[in-house]
Design a protein around this ligand. Sequence first.
Ligand SMILES: Nc1ncnc2c(CN3C[C@H](CSc4cnccn4)[C@@H](O)C3)c[nH]c12
Length: 228
Amino acid sequence: MKIAIMGAMVEEITPLLEFFEKYKTIEFAKNSYYTTSYKGMDLVIAYSKIGKVNASLTASTLIEKFGAQKLLFSGVAGALNPSLKVGDLLVATKLAQHDLDITAFGHPHGYVPEGSVYVETDKALTVLAQKVASAQNIKLLEGIIATGDQFICDGVKKEWIHSTFNADATEMEGASVAVVCDALNVPFCVLRAISDAADMDAGFSFDEFLVSSAKESAQFIIAMLDEL
Ligand SMILES: Nc1ncnc2c(CN3C[C@H](CSc4cnccn4)[C@@H](O)C3)c[nH]c12
């Protein structure tokens, strides 16, 4: 079984590379892919760089070039749900693109013809994540993620995304990964640890908690590998 583990920023995969210690590096399409093995599984790890386009390229490459049969995304996110605090873990049940807008033609936000507003994640991986959370006595929220090519640091935008998509968190890559994995029939999950509240203080909070929250997410992903 070949498993891809993906992040967007180098800080989101550094805890993984440190854990696996030995890995090969393959350069492709202006990105680095790290291959290793773990408990009989082949792993390929990469960070896409920020944003939906970069995430789409990396997810596609992980599957089409490296043959990933499952894809686990690990990273951080901004909270939209007021019950989510810095360090809390969220596993996405479905994801939408909050900045996809052809409402001029009567379509809902996040929708384009022949598509859907939401892409659902793999239910078996969500169940597995909850099994790991229970075993480790970790609170893991299942929720909706809204993705867009914007760092959200404004209460008005935050509330619009929250209410329009009933989203619990926002980030800049997950829905792209969802579209790619769904189209290529690869089971995937998106796990995010909260780094900020997507409000006027988001930039400061993000800078303070990126590393610690990224580590929380990465450690949880490693625990999921033990159950795969
Ligand atoms: N409030 C928020 N809104 C949108 N996305 C997020 C995230 C998740 N990631 C972090 C990073 C922010 S941009 C970036 C650019 N330069 C340096 C660091 N981050 C981008 O990959 C999305 C955490 N909080 C978010």
